[in-house]
Structure formats: structure tokens, C-alpha cells
Ligand binder design. Structure first.
Ligand SMILES: [Zn+2]
Length: 311
């Protein structure tokens, strides 16, 4: 049986779905806005995207979430989309789908996709970052995402911003209960709040980036602060695991200036006489996370799961 694999990327802003053929090429993609704050509606959205893409035909499903299923409780933890926290998401979704399902962290899906045949292809150790509604991270070793015994390998977003200035302390309260988390500075909403605090100008991250491109001084200064904070945050990752490549994903990974400016800043913070770590955009672009979710199943595993389902 040729098995279709459906990938879902359940983000804080949008839910994306992609169907992969057995050869890995994409046969369809859909996107809807996330019903923020509504768990049941989030489940229903995922189910209807899957049904639309499959047309009722057999398929396995992989789903990336901004969080993790706790190995201790089997419930969602660490989700910036806080309405998922404490839910039996994998079981609830599997019930709604009636299809074989695997769930993984969204940054792990990103780096799985990029290490498989993308911007981190061939790298021994790769770090993937999501800079979006939240901030996540994932590590892949020789093409395989690492999960870790608490399912938090690579999660850097809730460490404190390193080398904080006086004005950056204690930082904002984070939903996780701490102050000054990397996520509160480097997420899209975090950039927007930093811009508003500093300039009094209220606009979202995309508008700040557009303003900087047009030479707006306040927007340029906000982006400059963002670059330095991202360099500091990545430097601590390099100092601990020294990845061969860093791939940026999420909405802010489209900001070209990051790839030009951040590498030059790393030297201030990394414990090394020279730094050559490539910082690159995802080869599969916006689709990388959803693709990585579909790749939670190999073609053979997908076929076997569907054969079992029909037996
Ligand atoms: Zn936090």
C-alpha cells in the first residue's frame, strides 16, 4: 500500500497541513488561523484539515506542537499556546482523527526536516530555532532529532537572556513563571513589546522589520537590539554543544538582516578564538516544520501502520 503521510504544524498563529507522497514530494498543503485559546476548536481544525487533504483516504499523521508531551504525565507541557497545557493532546487528537498519529515538538520537526535533506543535511549536530509567536529549539544528531529524557532537548527559550544589561533586568514575566526568558525578547510579540516600550510606537514584528527596511530609526534600533540578543542567546548554545549549523525557522526567520548581522556578533560572546558556525534559513522555507511533522513517519512505518489498521 502506498501510504500518504500528513504533517500538521500547530502554531500559535496558524495551523498548517501538508500531504507527502511516499517519495517525499508534496501533494497538497492547507493553512488556517489557529483558534487561539480554544482547545476543542484546535482539535477540530486539525481533523478537518486532515480530512480535506486525504479526501477520506488512508493516511498517517504527524503533528508538531509548540511544547512537548511530558514523559511523566503524558500531558502537554511547555506550550506557548497555553490552552494546550495539561491536555492529553495526542490521545484526544488520535480519537478525533481515527488514524495513526505521532506528536513531536515543533522545533524538533523543523530540525528533523532540515537535517533530513535541507539546510542541515550532512551536518553531524544541528540546532534548529523557531522564532515565531514563541521561541523554541531542537537538536538533531546525524539526521535524527533528539528528544531527551524530559522531552526538552534543545529547548532554550526559557533560559534567561544571557549577558543582560541593567535595563534588561529582571525582564518581563513569562507564562512559564520566570522573568526575562529568551522567548520574552526573541518572539515576534516580544520584539513588538520591546519596540513599544522603547519608542512608544505600537506595531507588530513584521511592521517593525518593514520600517527598518525603509530606514525608520526607531525600527532600525529595535532590530539592532534584537540582533544582539539573538547573538547572545545563540552564543550560549554554541558554548554548550557547538553545533555544525544553526537553522532559523518561524516567522522572523524571513528577516534577511539576521543572517548578515548575527554571525558578526557571535565573536563577542562565544568562548572561541574564531567562530564559523553557519546560521542559515530553512531550505524548505515555511513548509519545513510541517514537512518534518510528516517525516515523523518513514514511508515503511506509514505503510505498516496502515496495514495494521486495516487488519
Ligand atoms: Zn519562560
Amino acid at each position: 500500500m502506498s501510504a500518504t503521510r500528513i504533517g500538521i504544524d500547530l502554531g500559535g498563529t496558524k495551523i498548517e497541513a501538508s500531504a507527502l507522497r511516499p517519495d517525499g514530494s508534496e501533494s497538497g498543503r492547507l493553512r488556517v488561523a489557529t483558534p487561539r485559546g480554544d482547545y476543542q476548536a484546535s482539535l477540530r481544525s486539525v481533523v478537518s484539515l486532515v480530512e480535506e487533504l486525504t479526501g477520506g483516504q488512508p493516511a498517517v499523521v504527524g503533528c508538531g506542537i509548540p511544547g512537548a508531551i511530558s514523559p511523566a504525565t503524558q500531558l502537554v507541557k511547555n506550550a506557548n499556546s497555553t490552552w494546550l497545557i495539561g491536555r492529553a493532546f495526542d490521545r484526544d487528537l488520535a480519537k478525533g482523527l481515527g488514524r495513526p498519529l505521532r506528536v513531536a515538538n515543533d522545533a524538533n520537526c523543523l530540525i528533523q526536516s532540515e537535517a533530513h535533506d535541507g539546510a542541515a543535511g550532512g551536518a553531524a549536530l544541528a540546532f534548529g530555532v523557531i522564532l515565531g509567536t514563541g521561541v523554541g529549539g531542537g537538536l538533531a544528531w546525524r539526521g535524527q532529532a533528539l528528544v531527551g529524557c524530559h522531552a526538552i532537548a534543545g529547548e532554550w527559550g526559557h533560559n534567561p537572556l544571557p549577558w543582560p544589561t541593567d535595563s534588561e533586568q529582571p525582564g518581563e514575566a513569562c507564562y512559564c513563571g520566570k522573568f526575562g526568558c529568551i522567548e520574552t525578547w526573541l518572539s515576534g510579540p516580544g520584539m513588538a513589546r520591546d519596540h513599544e516600550r522603547t519608542s512608544g510606537d505600537e506595531r507588530d514584528a513584521a511592521a517593525i522589520v518593514a520600517g527598518a527596511d525603509q530606514g525608520d530609526p526607531a525600527c532600525t534600533a529595535t532590530l539592532e537590539r534584537y540582533v544582539d540578543r539573538l547573538a547572545r542567546a545563540l552564543a550560549t548554545v554554541i558554548n554548550v554543544v557547538d553545533p555544525d549549523v544553526i537553522v532559523l525557522g518561524g516567522g522572523l526567520s524571513k528577516v534577511a538582516r539576521l543572517y548578515e548581522a548575527v554571525p558578526g556578533r557571535l565573536g563577542r560572546y562565544v568562548f572561541s578564538d574564531h567562530i564559523a558556525t553557519p546560521i542559515v534559513p530553512p531550505r524548505h522555507g515555511d513548509a519545513s516544520g510541517v514537512r518534518g511533522a510528516a517525516l515523523l513517519w518513514s514511508p515503511q512505518e506509514a505503510s505498516e501502520a496502515l496495514a495494521r489498521g486495516q487488519a
